[in-house]
Design a protein around this ligand. Sequence first.
Ligand SMILES: [Zn+2]
Length: 212
Amino acid sequence: MNAPAAPFRREPAQIASDTRPVRAEAEEAVRTLIRWAGDNPDREGLAGTPDRVVRAYEEFFAGYAEDPSDLLRRTFEETDGYDEMVVLRGISFESHCEHHMVPIIGKAHVGYLPRRRVVGISKLARVVEAYAKRLQIQEKMTAQIANAIQTELQPRGVAVVIEAAHQCMTTRGVHKPGVAMVTSRMLGAFRDDPTTRREFLAMIGTPTARTY
Ligand SMILES: [Zn+2]
């Protein structure tokens, strides 16, 4: 397959609609992978599989159609001067690692220190979702969530901690179940002020004490 010239990378990372394969091509690719696995895509049990896999992909990768910045644009300014930490703890997500395309299952904890504007808490969860439903590495996803919140809300600080199990580590390769990877991105006051950072970390609890 010849890669089309990419003069710039769009954010969110979407491919131009004229280079996106049609559904039949995606289903054919699944049939190829079934044959590669050693099975017969024409046997009865697998007949509907390419269709189901392609539909599952629409769910797994729905984030490419979402603009996380857009989700954060609707903010509320009537906060009666509330300027303490806002923390959304334990946002479950499912993502897929971009190296093996197998699930990353985990939880995200998101906090920010408002500067006049706050955003509906469901929006924070949807931002996590919009970045999770893509091919990801956990480090990048952590930074993307923090950066989007920082850019759109311009708060005094943002903290994102993500803890997740990577099925590429548990079901293949080194086969290490029960290992959680923890990543964090601290901006503004969460980076500069140890007290603020400690307060946030106390609110979310000890990540490594949990399993998935
Ligand atoms: Zn992987």
